[in-house]
Ligand binder design. Structure first.
Ligand SMILES: [Zn+2]
Length: 384
């Protein structure tokens, strides 16, 4: 029994290092996305170039062994820990690419523009590693990385960190810069209610409305999270042909909220998944939660389904087809094969449906990327 390889469309590889450490709170205050973010900045400030690469290698290795065959690295840690650029301004992006090549997983490096701390708020010293000074710097980074694209394992894209971190005046020129180079565009969109309030105060528009006004939305655009949408936002995304990337385990871990999965799916918006902060690396858990969150929110069963009402083919579209398209990567020869003796699949008749709704990485026997077997008996052939 095997499935097409699964695309992990949204990753911040270094954040895996937070796993476990952020599962306790300061009892004097509420723990939220914003307190978590401070812990994440502590980590981002600590890692040197070698540390970033080692963290990415381990994350990509765990992803591959779990059944992810492609990853979209939404990469915003560009400069040294003191905020000064490395001699090679895209050194950390190259480190991500080296890590992916070593593991063999397909990678779309989503070079991330991050220019300010919030609406009308400059970058803080703790955000200096992420800084892009002007749109020209973003274009130079993309051009420096384009020669790394091989049409097979390594692709390139542009990420606009969020409407918080990228000024409105940058959105149209950066979108054009990506489109003239044929690159997919990703952005964090409406992950937290605070972002929507701030965006409306500053621009009179929701984040999706602002992205629409600036011409960012389109079939090459992926909105990551898209948790707090109104009906107008859903229409704008649908009419543009954009994709939505849900990151259920991270969105739960961070207390982001529950997405409008049923509305998005029934509007015909392509959905894909990402493990984002890597609090959990388990493609079966992400896919199962896409469907289960839709059930929990609507009181209905079998929401994300194909024309015949079956969950498994629809989740394969989410995990594979839409994900690879969002990353601009080929998926030929990418497969995940389960152990013949996987206990969770014994005695079931619809094995694909059982794998997608009850599966786990411990069932993975073999993983192939581009027809090359990289994982055997659940372990990487060289790095396992
Ligand atoms: Zn993210």
């Amino acid at each position: 029994m095997s499935l097409p390889g699964i695309a992990n469309v949204h990753s911040h590889a270094f954040q895996r290092r937070l796993r476990g450490d952020v599962q306790r709170r300061d009892m004097s205050q509420a723990d939220t996305f914003w307190t978590w973010r401070e812990r994440m900045y502590d980590l981002a400030l600590k890692l040197d170039l070698g540390g970033l690469e080692a963290a990415a290698r381990l994350t990509f290795l765990e992803c591959l062994e779990a059944g992810y065959t492609a990853v979209g690295e939404f990469h915003y840690v560009h400069h040294g820990p003191d905020g000064r650029p490395y001699g090679d301004p895209v050194a950390t992006s190259r480190a991500m690419m080296r890590a992916a090549r070593q593991v063999g997983i397909r990678l779309t490096l989503l070079w991330t523009a991050y220019a300010r701390g919030g609406f009308e708020v400059p970058l803080s010293a703790r955000q200096a590693r992420f800084r892009a000074s002007d749109p020209g710097e973003v274009e130079r980074a993309l051009d420096a990385l384009l020669p790394e694209v091989d049409g097979e394992r390594i692709a390139l894209g542009l990420a606009l960190h969020s409407v918080r971190a990228v000024p409105p005046a940058w959105l149209a020129p950066l979108t054009e810069a990506a489109r003239t180079r044929g690159l997919p565009i990703h952005a964090h969109v409406s992950e937290q209610p605070q972002e929507i309030t701030a965006c409306r105060e500053a621009t009179g528009l929701s984040p999706v409305g602002l992205l629409a006004r600036e011409g960012v939305l389109g079939p090459d655009f992926t909105a990551v999270h898209a948790t707090w949408l109104d009906d107008e936002d859903v229409s704008l995304l649908r009419n543009s042909g954009a994709t939505v990337c849900l990151c259920p385990t991270t969105e739960c871990d961070l207390g982001d909220g529950v997405p409008r999965t049923a509305d998005l799916f029934e509007a015909g918006i392509p959905l894909c998944i990402g493990s984002d902060s890597h609090a959990v690396i388990d493609p079966f858990a992400e896919l199962r939660m896409v469907e289960y969150q839709a059930r929990a929110a609507t009181g209905r069963r079998c929401v994300v389904v194909d024309e015949a009402g079956a969950v498994a083919p629809a989740l394969i579209q989410v995990g594979h087809t839409h994900g690879y398209r969002a990353l601009g990567l080929p998926g030929h020869g990418d497969r995940v094969t389960f152990r013949d003796d996987a206990r969770a699949l014994q005695g079931v008749s619809d094995v694909a449906a059982a794998a997608l709704t009850a599966g786990h990485p411990g069932m993975v026997d073999r993983v192939d990327v581009a027809g090359e077997t990289l994982v055997i008996s659940g372990r990487h052939i060289d790095l396992g």
